[in-house]
Structure formats: structure tokens, C-alpha cells
Design a protein around this ligand. Structure first.
Ligand SMILES: NC(=O)c1ccc[n+]([C@@H]2O[C@H](COP(=O)([O-])OP(=O)(O)OC[C@H]3O[C@@H](n4cnc5c(N)ncnc54)[C@H](OP(=O)(O)O)[C@@H]3O)[C@@H](O)[C@H]2O)c1
Length: 373
């Protein structure tokens, strides 16, 4: 646990404290910074708001038009980032998100902005860039443009992700959508960013947005012994288990990340800090594929009683980017730094992670040329 936790108020006191304390970030956090879930309200401390300042920094957030990505971009701007880049598949939605951020910012109390903004609010800017995580050409173009125009990033939050409800349609590379977006394309983007040296060495942060629920995956013996887990989970199943598929995609992402971080620490001079976060179970559009009355009722119940607000989840995305070496290769959630723990039955974590990294690289090399870290 990091030392600042010592100074955090605990339990009920924390809730009272945070209820009245304003933050300098999202508009609704002026009202309250505590969790809205009744369970979290009573059982958990509220998550910390950002202790950091992004003044002078360039921050990339993928999937920034909505959900956690939007809130993280809003916070980054509120924390005075010099340049916030919204990586979005739909540029129009990205432009709308940019406008929402710009309209929100005047609500930041002047006293706060004067003390921490680097002199001139208008020196900040937001760019909207096309990034389709179902299309490798789009990912290549995105990284090329970034490297050519923006100089190295201080922070890259790889947030774009999906929770598919159906097996089909497959991506144009023949992959089930969760595997394509959450694993393969996210891996490709990270490798290209590293290869292009598009993130600052040592102090820059490359953050994967993962999910701790990947630990609940139980692989069968047959799955474990298969030559490629990616191939196993890409096969059409008799009945598509959307929830398991999503968790598997996050398991493969975390395994890839773990191996990448280990390799980078061992092999690459001046690697950025490579880290992963889990925002917790949050309100967002992630379940948008689940349609119908029952889904709406369940969503309403979860949103009201169980889930963290999107804004609160996004705090984790932002606090996860504090440039501390100890975060490299570890997992940040609930304001604590954890070792990466994969499901118990996958065997040795590092061996499993290395195997997944190789599988992922093989899969994306089929369709494109990928630098091997
Ligand atoms: N919400 C949770 O409880 C939770 C928990 C743990 C982890 N996470 C992770 O947090 C991240 C953000 O999810 P969220 O909950 O904020 O969901 P969300 O509201 O659905 O946002 C997902 C974002 O990813 C983008 N995206 C999806 N497919 C894309 C593609 N092919 N190319 C480019 N962008 C794409 C979406 O763009 P469009 O709007 O254009 O589709 C959207 O901006 C995901 O990685 C998710 O797995 C969420």
C-alpha cells in the first residue's frame, strides 16, 4: 500500500470528509466525492481524487468519447494537461466530447485554476483523433500521426474496450470482437507506441485499463492444454457466454501486459512505466449490447445500488498514471497497488503471461508487421 493512504480518513469519517470537500476535476465532484453505491457507501472508503497535476503534460485517452474514457479525459484537462488527445473511432462523437469538456471547465473554481493552471487556461488544448480499434491500419495511422505531430506522450491511457453480447460478427481479421478490441488491437497499439518511442522514457506512463474480475476465470484442463488460448476462445461456442468471454479477454490482456512489463524492465533501456488499472464495477455504456426490458431493469438496479459512478471509476484511471517506478508491472485498484494475480489454475504467472504475449504477437503478425519488444 502506498504511503498516502496513511493520511486518508477512514470509514464513515472518510465519507463525511469527502462529502464536503470540493475537488478540482469533474463538475459533479464539486457536490460530492464519495461513492454512490449504498454498499460502497457503507463498506468502502471513497476513492481518492487525483493527487497529481498534469500541467505541461500531453495525455492520450483512447475510447474517450464516453464512459470512463470521457471522464478520464475531462479530469486530465481539469488537472491542467497541456494537451489532451481523444482517440475515438467516431470523430463526430469525439468532437462532441471535446465540446462537453470545454463547456465543463469554466465551472472549475478560479482560485483552484489560478494556483495550478500553468498561467494561462487557453494554453491548454484538446485534439480529436480517429482511432478504430477494429482496424490495424487505423491504429498504425494513429500512432504515426501521434509520433509526427505531438512529441512523446507523458500519459497514454489505453481505455477503449468492449463487452460483446454476441459471438458474431467477427472482425475483419477473423477474431471475436472482445478478443479483437480488448486484447489484440490494444496489444498492437501498445507495441506500436513503444516502438515509435511515442511515450516518454522513464517518466511516461503507459496504462492498460483492465478488470480484476479476470481472476474469476476458471480454465478447463482442455483449454489450459490447448496450443493457443486465443484460438480456443475464438471458436464458436454452442452457447456464447458473453460474460466469460469478456473476462477471458481481460485475462489475456493482463497476461500480455504482465509479460510486456517484465520484458520492458529487463530489456528496453528507458522504457516508460507500464502499468494496469481496474476501475471497479462502474456505470458506463459497456453493457449497451444488452437490450430489452430485463436488461434495462437490471441496469437500473445496478446503477442505483451497486455500481460506482463513472466519474469515480475514472479517478482510478487518473491516479493510476502517477509516474512511480513501483507501478511498473503491477495492478492499481481501490487506491492500492497490487501484484498481478492471475486465476489460481493457470499455473506459473510469468510463464502463462509469456505464452500469451507470444500468442498475441503471432496473432497480430498474421495481419501486420509488429515490432517485437
Ligand atoms: N464499466 C466497468 O464496470 C468496467 C470495469 C472494469 C474495466 N472496464 C474497462 O474500462 C474501459 C472503458 O469501458 P467503459 O465502461 O467506459 O465502457 P463504454 O462506456 O462502453 O466506453 C467504451 C469506449 O471504448 C470505445 N470503443 C469500443 N470499441 C472500439 C473500437 N473498435 N475502436 C475504438 N474505440 C472503441 C467506445 O467507443 P464508441 O462509443 O464509439 O463505441 C467507448 O469510447 C474498457 O476497457 C472496459 O473493459 C470497465
Amino acid at each position: 500500500m502506498l504511503s498516502f493512504n496513511k493520511f486518508r480518513p477512514q470509514g464513515v469519517v472518510a465519507n463525511l470528509f469527502n462529502q464536503t470537500r470540493p475537488t478540482l476535476i469533474a463538475p459533479d465532484t464539486f457536490i460530492s466525492t464519495r461513492s454512490y453505491s449504498i454498499f460502497q457507501k457503507t463498506l468502502d472508503d471513497p476513492l481518492r481524487t487525483s493527487p497529481t497535476c498534469f500541467a505541461g503534460k500531453t495525455v492520450l485517452v483512447t475510447g474517450a468519447n464516453t464512459g470512463l474514457g470521457f471522464e478520464a479525459a475531462l479530469k486530465s484537462f481539469g488537472l491542467h494537461a497541456k494537451h489532451v488527445i481523444l482517440g475515438v473511432r467516431d470523430v463526430e462523437k469525439g468532437e462532441q466530447a471535446k465540446q462537453r469538456i470545454l463547456q465543463t471547465m469554466p465551472q472549475i473554481p478560479l482560485s483552484l485554476s489560478e494556483t495550478t493552471r500553468d498561467g494561462n487556461p487557453t494554453s491548454q488544448r484538446i485534439s480529436v483523433r480517429k482511432l478504430d480499434m477494429s482496424d490495424y491500419d487505423s491504429i498504425h495511422n494513429f500512432v504515426n500521426e501521434l509520433a509526427a505531430k505531438d512529441g512523446p506522450l507523458d500519459v497514454a491511457i489505453l481505455n477503449a474496450g468492449v463487452f460483446g453480447v454476441k459471438y458474431e460478427p467477427l472482425s475483419k481479421y477473423g477474431w471475436e470482437n472482445d478478443l479483437q478490441v480488448n486484447v489484440l488491437s490494444t496489444a498492437l497499439l501498445s507495441l506500436l507506441l513503444l516502438h515509435a518511442k511515442a511515450i516518454k522514457p522513464k517518466t511516461g506512463v503507459l496504462e492498460f485499463v483492465a478488470s480484476r474480475r479476470m481472476r474469476t476465470v476458471r480454465l478447463t484442463e482442455e483449454e489450459k492444454n490447448a496450443p493457443s488460448l486465443l484460438e480456443v476462445f475464438n471458436r464458436k461456442q454452442e452457447k456464447f457466454d458473453a460474460s466469460r468471454q469478456y473476462q477471458v479477454s481481460k485475462l489475456l490482456l493482463v497476461a500480455f501486459y504482465k509479460s510486456l512489463a517484465t520484458r520492458s524492465a529487463n530489456l528496453v533501456q528507458g522504457s516508460p512505466i507500464i502499468t494496469a488499472v481496474c476501475p471497479g464495477f462502474c456505470q458506463s455504456n459497456l453493457s449497451r449490447g444488452h437490450q430489452g426490458f430485463a436488461a434495462d431493469v437490471l441496469r437500473a438496479v445496478l446503477n442505483t445500488f451497486v455500481l460506482r459512478r463513472t466519474e469515480e471509476g475514472a479517478r482510478t484511471l487518473v491516479t493510476g498514471t502517477i509516474p512511480e517506478e513501483e507501478r511498473h508491472g503491477r495492478f492499481w485498484y481501490d487506491d492500492e497497488l497490487h501484484d498481478v494475480m492471475l486465476p489460481d489454475n493457470v499455473g506459473d504467472t510469468q510463464q502463462f503471461a509469456n505464452k500469451i504475449l507470444q500468442d498475441v504477437i503471432t496473432a497480430i503478425q498474421c495481419d501486420t508487421s509488429v515490432p517485437v519488444v
